[in-house]
Design a protein around this ligand. Structure first.
Ligand SMILES: C[S@@+](CC[C@H](N)C(=O)[O-])C[C@H]1O[C@@H](n2cnc3c(N)ncnc32)[C@H](O)[C@@H]1O
Length: 297
């Protein structure tokens, strides 16, 4: 055979076999996730998450936590948090975002459900001479002590670790109850692009098992990595924000999934306002405008 044709044939066979292998691996991984997602209770999933962070040395190293904000976090803060002074950071881990934001001059309060990470972060912040600590918080819940802020950052990946749509929306509703109108919130997560088949298989295998066990169903997007995470689409994140009273301001998925929401304003009749400008008055209340140009907060 002519060498050129042979080389092209090998390339074609290689590319095809690579696609088939990836599809088969996605299917196997989806089945694995589906079986375990079907069997594990919410409490067991929380224990796995705890054990994952117990064993992950990275988040308790100074070098990691001194790296500052990732570039998309930095851009989101610069673009959407310009009027903000007091930021709550939930899922704060060992303090990476809290340290960076405190150094940038924000008043920050940090919260974290993993006690070892919270202790490490508080020690690190104290060693920097900062009067900021990371308080322990309940997993999946907006922290009870997270009040008085005018912006919120859900620590890197923390939003996708809250399992179940209704629990995530409840978390955002609790956040909305504590934030002023116009306040921004930054969320981050994995995105579904490229893993959709694995995710569909996982939910398809898990939910019949969960019905048998009389457990709440998992959602398409839930996966084990090895702790439970939820992979999002833009539409999904926008809908969860909207259900909790936030407008989606921006969304990115280049290096990591992230979204900025803004607590929606309501006019006096309770109708949503289109916020054309956010000015924080002396009570740190955001001011927006309804369609007729009337003020609303
Ligand atoms: C990927 S780490 C990021 C930590 C830190 N924000 C950072 O960027 O280094 C995710 C954090 O979310 C916390 N977390 C895990 N499950 C959670 C849950 N269900 N609710 C709130 N936080 C959770 C973990 O303990 C961990 O600290």
């Amino acid at each position: 055979m002519e060498p050129g044709r042979l080389a092209r044939g090998v390339t074609r066979v290689y590319l095809k076999s690579e696609r088939v292998t990836n599809a088969a691996l996605g299917l196997i991984r989806g089945c694995f996730d589906g079986i375990w997602l079907g069997l594990l209770s919410r409490r067991q999933l929380a224990r796995i998450d705890e054990a994952y962070y117990d064993g992950s040395g990275l988040y308790v190293t100074e070098s990691y936590n001194r790296q500052g904000l990732w570039h998309w976090e930095q851009a989101a803060i610069e673009n959407y948090f310009s009027g903000v002074r007091r930021i709550v950071v939930t899922s704060a881990g060992g303090g990476r975002e809290v340290l960076a934001l405190a150094k940038a001059g924000y008043e920050v309060t940090g919260f974290e459900p993993h006690q070892g990470l919270a202790r490490f972060g508080s020690r690190l912040l104290a060693a920097e001479g900062l009067i900021v600590s990371i308080a322990p918080s309940e997993r999946d819940r907006w922290p009870a002590g997270a009040i008085g802020a005018d912006g919120a950052l859900v620590g890197w990946g923390g939003y996708m670790l809250i399992s179940g749509r209704e629990h995530r929306v409840a978390f955002l509703r609790e956040a909305a109850a504590q934030l002023p109108a116009g306040a921004p919130i930054l969320l981050s997560f994995f995105v579904q692009a490229g893993v959709a088949r694995r995710l569909r298989v996982a939910a398809g295998v898990a939910n019949p098992l969960r019905r048998l066990l009389r457990r709440e169903p998992v959602n398409v997007g839930d996966a084990l990595m090895p702790n439970l995470v939820h992979f999002f689409t833009r539409t999904e994140v926008a809908a969860e924000l909207a259900d909790a009273g936030f407008d989606l301001l921006d969304f990115g998925s280049m290096d990591y999934g992230w979204a900025v929401g803004m607590k929606a304003s309501r006019d006096q009749e309770g109708k949503a306002c289109v916020v054309t400008s956010v000015e924080l008055d002396r009570d740190r209340t955001g001011v927006g405008q309804n369609a007729n140009g009337g003020a609303c907060a």
